[in-house]
Ligand binder design. Structure first.
Ligand SMILES: [Cu+2]
Length: 113
């Protein structure tokens, strides 16, 4: 899994302190709400080489979407009820980057251009 992750060249940083970073200003964070219908939005645009920040808040206890998993990026983040969780990643290739709950019942996609 680690080899595959590196081959795809996706850099992931969780809870990275902003502040002393150089480079272009990051895009606006994307707020994602987890409801009984799943991820809202479930389709998120991103750009190759640009940091994507997701602010994910789970608002329901009625589904199994209690974590957000992005297998290709090595992301597996618990989503405590009612608490905003920050997830940062920088896609290094174009194309769909799929995410889901741990059981892949609720699915979404980051469309990297
Ligand atoms: Cu699930």
């Amino acid at each position: 899994m680690i080899a595959g992750r590196m081959a795809l060249g996706i850099l992931v940083a969780l809870e990275v302190a902003a502040g002393c970073r150089r480079g272009p200003a990051p895009a606006e964070p994307v707020k994602v709400i987890v409801t009984k219908n799943g991820w809202e939005p479930w389709k998120i645009p991103a750009r190759k080489g640009e940091k994507l920040v997701l602010l994910v808040t789970r608002t329901t206890d009625e589904t199994c979407a209690t974590e957000l998993v992005i297998p290709e990026a090595g992301v597996n983040v618990p989503l405590p009820l009612g608490k905003e969780v920050r997830i940062e990643l920088t896609p290094e290739r174009t194309g769909p980057l799929r995410f889901s709950c741990a059981m892949k019942m609720f699915q979404g996609v980051i469309e990297v251009r």
